[in-house]
Design a protein around this ligand. Structure first.
Ligand SMILES: [Zn+2]
Length: 677
């Protein structure tokens, strides 16, 4: 850099400060921002990674206003584009957007205004670049800076690859290759490399900031089954004077959980991709107005959710990657005040994610069997129910993905007819690589769930933000003392050795579920197919333990570094060096797991109370002329007799008591349950 440029530096920074103050009424840049602004002012390419809500747009707005000429901003988020432009215009900045929401004459007018130099910033949706003539127009605009927002969309390794982003190369060329600013809220080191090479960045300034957020309290808790998940949620959920977001993997889960939360006394609604637009908008508005304090969402809820006072983001089950997790969890505490990011996970979560991966990436033989079935039908736009009997189960699960691939290969034609399928037109190696990558991501997510060390350090390492701190004051592991105190009942060393000996016997050729069954001495398909396993010493060596609890123990041994688990649909467990040392008595390990969750058993239920509840139920059933179980299941009465709810709110939290039953029987039940009896 020349000394002249160095001398210009303070001036430029001063004027950047001035723009910040005069235009945006902000006092100072956030960490990393000034550097990114400065580099752009010097015409250097930049790659900036900063989470949503950390003001990353400001880092390209300021140079666009301060510099001369036009800045093009590519963004795939059409809904947010208008918000951004509105904000800029409200601050007196000359900005406009061009996307499919405009008529072609409006688009033309804006392009003409841009070539007359009337705008400082123009936002463009990437699919515009495929429109005939658009590139030609771009060449006439005299573009001075080119910003690629959501830059991770250019990477096939990113979680949100958009093929349109590959058109950006051509657009850059058309503009005469101005300096590029690539911005994204989420990119791992791999994805950053991909962005850099795909956009052809030249010696870019790379800045990763904003992932380390000490105001977020990071915690995970293991739940034993569905009912325990709900109980853990009930125990922790509290929107305080703000709001709370609950994320869950399935539509049905979102609906059931929202209903339960409403019964607990917090107005809540489910939000998912199957809701009609009008309902979605109503929920967003309700959440904005705080009529709704809690939204229970699948990952569909995200765009434009930017409230500063979200006090909790609770995940019931983990998503498929740490990026997806932290992007959702990071919606908490945007005001900088303390907020909780809690992950309630269980052994079943992995199964759901495996299902998602397996259905998203079909293998060649599955695509071929879908093609064969369509060929037999002769058309491919018929009722899927007609297809179902013709397709084997695994191929049926990934039908949507197979259909997309067949369309891409031209085997399913737009007139509904079915042509020949030439599989050399599809890149199955690439698909297999993407699938392996998805399993790697899932493995990292599981690592986070079971982590024993500082969660904040894990997150900053994951995203490649440079921090020196290896411990914090705002994660469960640091609060417990790293590697120190463990939760639950300590497991006897003899039990640990028996489990490790079982794993050693199968030398990496057995999965966790089957190993748990063998240790428990329970026959299943694995042992029936291979009867010799009934005779290994490990078979039934821990027969006092349930299979679920053994699986939990094996997971803890993975977390403690005694076992490793391979990736893929059917991961195998294998002994590590540490595991061997523990097995041989050369090293010690402390493992604790929660006791089995007993199904609201008689142990805690008051038998006399249970009897009174049954008598009352027979009476009600007789009066109504219905079967007793239609009034309440035994299970529910059991819960009532053990929990002894004292008011309607507590009563509503008991599984099996929905709003209508609460309405109908609530008062009568409370009378029976009252302690005077
Ligand atoms: Zn920590």
């Amino acid at each position: 850099m020349t000394s002249a440029a160095n001398n210009a530096n303070p001036d430029r920074r001063a004027s950047a400060q001035q723009v910040l103050r005069d235009v945006f009424r902000l006092e100072s840049f956030r960490p990393g921002q000034a550097e990114v602004v400065d580099a752009q002012m010097h015409g250097r390419d930049v790659l900036a990674v900063a989470p949503t809500g950390s003001g990353k747009s400001l880092s390209y707005w300021v140079p666009a206003i301060l510099g001369d000429g036009l800045t093009i901003v590519v963004s795939p988020l059409i809904a947010l584009m208008k918000d951004q432009v509105d904000r800029l215009v409200a601050h007196g900045v000359h900005a406009a957007f061009i996307n499919s929401t405009l008529s072609s004459s409006e688009q033309r007018e804006r392009l003409e205004a841009a070539s007359r130099g009337e705008y400082q910033l123009v936002y463009v949706a990437p699919e515009r670049f495929s429109r005939p003539g658009f590139m030609g127009r771009l060449a006439t605009l005299g573009v001075k800076r080119f910003i690629v927002d959501e830059a991770h969309c250019i990477s096939t390794w990113g979680h949100d690859f958009r093929p349109d982003y590959r058109l950006i190369g051509g657009a850059l060329e058309a503009c005469g290759r101005p300096p590029i600013g690539a911005f994204t809220a989420t990119a791992t080191p791999d994805v950053r490399k991909d962005i850099s090479s795909n956009l052809g960045l030249r010696d870019p300034l790379v800045v990763v900031t904003g992932f380390n957020r000490p105001n977020l309290q990071l915690e995970t808790v293991h739940a034993r089954g569905g009912r325990d998940r709900l109980e853990q949620l009930r125990r922790r959920l509290n929107p305080g004077d703000g709001r709370a977001l609950v994320y869950i993997g399935t539509v049905k889960g979102a609906e059931n959980t929202a209903a339960a939360i409403s019964r607990w006394g917090f107005p809540a609604a489910p939000y998912h991709g199957r809701l009609p637009d009008v309902s979605r908008r109503r929920i967003q508005d309700g959440f904005a107005a705080k009529d709704l304090r809690v939204v229970v969402a699948t990952s569909a809820f995200g765009m434009g959710v930017d409230f500063p006072d979200i006090r909790q983001v609770i995940h019931v089950g983990y998503p498929g990657s740490v990026e997806a997790y932290y992007q959702e969890a990071g919606r908490a505490g945007r005001d900088g005040k303390p907020a909780l990011c809690l992950l309630i996970h269980s052994s079943k979560d992995r199964d759901l994610q495996v299902y998602f991966i397996e259905t998203a990436f079909p293998e060649l033989r599955e695509v071929m069997s879908v093609h064969t079935a369509y060929s037999r039908l002769g058309v491919w736009n018929a009722d899927p129910e007609e297809l179902k009997p013709l397709v084997p189960e695994p191929a049926w699960l990934s039908l949507d993905a197979s259909r997309r691939l067949l369309q891409k290969a031209g085997a399913l034609r737009s007139d509904g007819s079915v042509g020949p399928f030439d599989h050399s037109l599809l890149d199955f190696e690439q698909l297999a690589a993407l699938k392996r990558h998805a399993y790697t991501k899932l493995g990292q997510m599981i690592d986070y769930a079971q982590l024993r060390t500082c969660r904040h350090a894990f997150i900053t390492d994951y995203f490649g933000e440079v921090t020196t701190e290896r411990s914090c004051r705002s994660c469960d592991n640091c609060e417990r003392g790293q590697g120190g105190e463990v939760v639950g009942a300590p497991v006897d060393v003899a039990v640990i050795r028996a489990a490790l000996a079982g794993a050693a016997r199968f030398a990496g050729r057995i999965g966790m579920v089957n190993l748990a069954a063998i240790l428990a001495g329970k026959e299943n398909r694995f042992s029936r197919d291979q009867p010799w396993v009934l005779h290994v010493p490990a078979y039934g060596s821990l027969s006092g333990w349930s299979q679920g609890r053994l699986r939990r123990l094996l997971e803890e041994l993975v977390a403690a570094g005694c076992l490793t688990q391979s990736q893929g649909q059917y991961p195998m467990v294998e002994l590590t060096d540490r595991g061997r040392a523990v097995l041989g008595g050369k090293q010690a390990v402390a493992v604790a797991i929660e006791p089995d969750l007993e199904p609201a058993s008689m142990s805690s239920a008051d038998p006399a109370l249970f009897k009174r509840l049954r008598e009352w139920r027979s009476e009600v059933a007789r009066r109504q002329g219905v079967a007793a179980f239609m009034v309440f299941h035994d299970r529910t009465l059991n819960e009532l007799a053990s929990r002894r709810p004292a008011d309607l709110l507590q009563l509503g939290a008991v599984p099996g008591i929905g709003p209508s039953k609460l309405d109908r029987y609530g008062t009568a039940l409370l009378e029976i349950l009252a302690p005077i009896h």
